[in-house]
Write a protein that binds this ligand. Structure first.
Ligand SMILES: [Zn+2]
Length: 381
């Protein structure tokens, strides 16, 4: 597994002390405002500090439901924020959570579906110039999938299949930013003549396409071979490892494991039930897992392929509990819920499904929920 070695533990151990010293004045007041639905609600002001997740958006699927924004989660470690996916509304929710753009020190994209990326470029568009001085600090590292390389064959029933951008039909992270940058050139070029940007827009973010060549994976048949998580990013606060997960026809699709001074978080990404996720979440303090309710869609005509899609690209809520139990995760957070509208599947039904095979605590994610870590302080909330 990718647990820390002794020297690394010592390194992160010192980061705990450093983080504790830096945290209070920079982040504390802001996140106290953010904790509208915090598990720590009602605790003393001191409990607002510390490593925590804020669920910016918890909706599954590229659908603009009112009750939940698109998939996005931010990890706050001291005075640094790390973003995992940037679905619809992520920027607005980030600001609503009281977080500063200058504290954004990493973005990690699980896969190139719009419900995870709709706001990705918006961070660059909206984070460049600020009258009050809060703007992105170049360069923000962004990690995510590169080009798939090949389109899969038709799946399910025959249907019209558009081919957009035939010259490059499987663009990766760098393509996404390059094409968006060109499309918004006038905005940058004009604005640059009336305001000061921190750097050329193409240097605000450092784009890293995660190399999967060593995994033996391919875009057509073996998209998520059994593997151990591999390190993709490390600074003096966190280490991020990735694994490939099976998400229907999508390739590459990643889950992430994040080691922090206060515990380990695993993000399943969008995935079917899979051994790679069980290993990714091994002994994690928090597992953030996607969830769909197959029961809710039980009346769908099987011929339309949607139920099959749910089973091969997503994880039924009952199975999320199975993953958490087998991984030994100490807390399960459901996010990326499908269906996303609370009126369709109430929180108590999600909770009942996830706890059928898992005895640990389960959080049914709602936007702006705060999930605290704090094993070191015995304050996991
Ligand atoms: Zn997806």
């Amino acid at each position: 597994m990718c647990d820390l070695g002794a020297s690394r533990r010592a390194m992160l151990g010192s980061a705990v002390v450093l983080g504790a010293g830096l945290t209070a004045p920079v982040v504390g007041g802001a996140t106290a405002r953010a904790a509208t639905r915090s598990e720590g609600k009602g605790k003393g002001a001191g409990d607002a500090e510390g490593t925590r997740l804020i669920l910016l958006g918890t909706a599954g699927g590229p659908v603009p439901v009112a009750e939940r924004f698109g998939m996005s989660t931010v990890l706050v470690v001291g005075d640094r924020n790390y973003l995992f996916d940037a679905g619809r509304g992520s920027v607005s929710q980030y600001v609503r959570a009281g977080l500063t753009l200058k504290s954004l020190r990493g973005i990690f994209v699980t896969h190139h579906h719009a419900d995870h990326t709709a706001d990705l470029f918006q961070y660059l568009l909206l984070g460049l110039i600020s009258p009050d001085g809060d703007q992105l600090v170049p360069s923000v590292p962004v990690y995510g999938p590169g080009r798939a390389g090949e389109l899969p064959p038709q799946w399910g029933k025959p249907r019209p299949a558009p081919l957009v951008n035939p010259a490059n039909p499987t663009p990766g992270l760098k393509d996404l930013f390059a094409d968006a940058l060109n499309g918004w050139a006038y905005q940058f070029n004009e604005l640059g003549r009336e305001a000061t940007m921190p750097a050329h827009p193409d240097r605000i973010m450092a784009l890293h396409e995660i190399d999967v060549a060593h995994t033996g994976a391919d875009p057509l048949k073996t998209r998520a071979p059994r593997m151990r998580p591999f390190t993709v990013f490390e600074d003096d606060r966190i280490r991020v490892s990735a694994t490939l997960v099976p998400h229907g026809l999508v390739f590459p699709a990643f889950g992430y494991r994040v080691e922090t001074p206060d515990g380990v978080i695993a993000f399943s990404g969008d995935t079917a039930y899979d051994e790679n996720v069980v290993e990714l979440a091994h002994d994690a303090d928090v597992l953030v897992h996607e969830a769909v309710s197959v029961d809710y869609y039980a009346d769908r005509d099987p011929a339309d392929g949607f139920i099959e899609h749910l089973k091969t690209a997503h994880t039924d809520v009952v199975n999320t509990g199975d993953v958490a139990r087998r991984a030994g995760a100490r807390k399960l957070v459901l996010s990326h819920l499908g269906p996303a509208r609370p009126g369709m599947v109430p929180d108590r039904v999600w909770h009942e499904g996830a706890t059928r095979r898992y005895a640990g605590p389960v959080v049914v994610g709602n936007d702006l929920d705060v999930v605290r870590l704090g094993r070191a302080r015995g304050a996991a909330g």
